[in-house]
Design a protein around this ligand. Structure first.
Ligand code: PEP
Length: 252
């Protein structure tokens, strides 16, 4: 039975006080949800404080990025050990904003994935095409390259700790959501690719989330697709009432 993973990516939003307040509201509004996994990913500065609010509840903590070394002269970076230390179970890696604004490459993303897994973190590898790539018919090719390079050297055993998030870049923060059928086509392709790279069993067990302007009004139609196993939610995860409806699949 599929167990959905619904994750909120707070991006560069919320001061510590605001983050604590949002986490407190979510603990209350989501306390009865036990049939799916719930994850929130605040900015680094709020991780420790948010963990104090959610520890022992059904809400898990994730970070939005990580570096690939455990310590050393890497000014401004945060290591996997540091994330574990403040209560993180998950980390998002290769988000499109890091690929396209910061300039992260598939090779860098791969190093981060391996370091995170080696340190016992579950990783969410984000993949997805730009609008021009979709229009040029290159969606599947782009996603294939990002997955093959991102997971290079990741073993079958380690795949237990990998989630894939398919996030078409043109749908992120734009209000344009992929049609459920179009998202499903890419998700099915990703599952088939994982089956070839690993095994059918691993492909079937891997959570493949959809991300890109997910809201309460579209969550149920997306989650009804056979190969969509959850959502990575940006903007709509910043408001407790909206994220609660998304987690519970309540269309208003
Ligand atoms: C995201 O941050 O991964 C995302 C999908 O953002 P939004 O939901 O705002 O499009």
């Amino acid at each position: 039975m599929k167990r959905y993973l619904i994750a909120g990516n707070w991006k560069m939003n919320k001061t510590t006080g605001e983050a604590i307040e949002l986490a407190q509201k979510l603990v209350e509004s989501l306390k009865d949800v036990n049939d799916r996994d719930i994850l929130i990913c605040p900015p680094f500065t709020a991780l420790y404080s948010v963990y104090q609010v959610i520890k022992g509840t059904n809400i898990k903590l994730g970070a939005q990025d990580v570096f690939y070394e455990n310590s050393g002269a890497f000014t401004g970076e945060i290591s996997p050990i540091m994330l574990k230390d403040v209560g993180c179970e998950y980390v998002i890696i290769g988000h499109s904003e890091r690929r396209h604004i910061i300039g992260e490459t598939d090779e860098l993303i791969n190093k981060k994935i391996k370091a995170a897994i080696n340190n016992g973190l579950k990783t969410i590898l984000c993949v997805g095409e730009l609008l021009e790539e979709r229009e040029a018919g290159k969606t599947l090719e782009v996603v294939k390259t990002q997955i093959e390079k991102g997971l290079n050297g990741v073993s079958k055993e380690e795949m237990k700790n990998v989630v894939i998030a398919y996030e078409p870049v043109w749908a992120i923060g734009t209000g344009k959501t992929a049609k459920p059928e179009d998202a499903q086509e890419v998700h099915a392709y990703i599952r088939e690719l994982l089956s070839k790279l690993y095994s059918k069993e691993i492909a079937d067990e891997t959570i493949i989330q959809y991300g890109g302007s997910v809201k309460a009004s579209n969550i149920d139609s997306l989650m009804a697709m056979p190969d969509i196993d959850g959502a990575l939610v940006g903007g709509a995860s910043l408001v407790a009432e909206e994220f609660t409806r998304i987690v519970k699949f309540i269309k208003q």
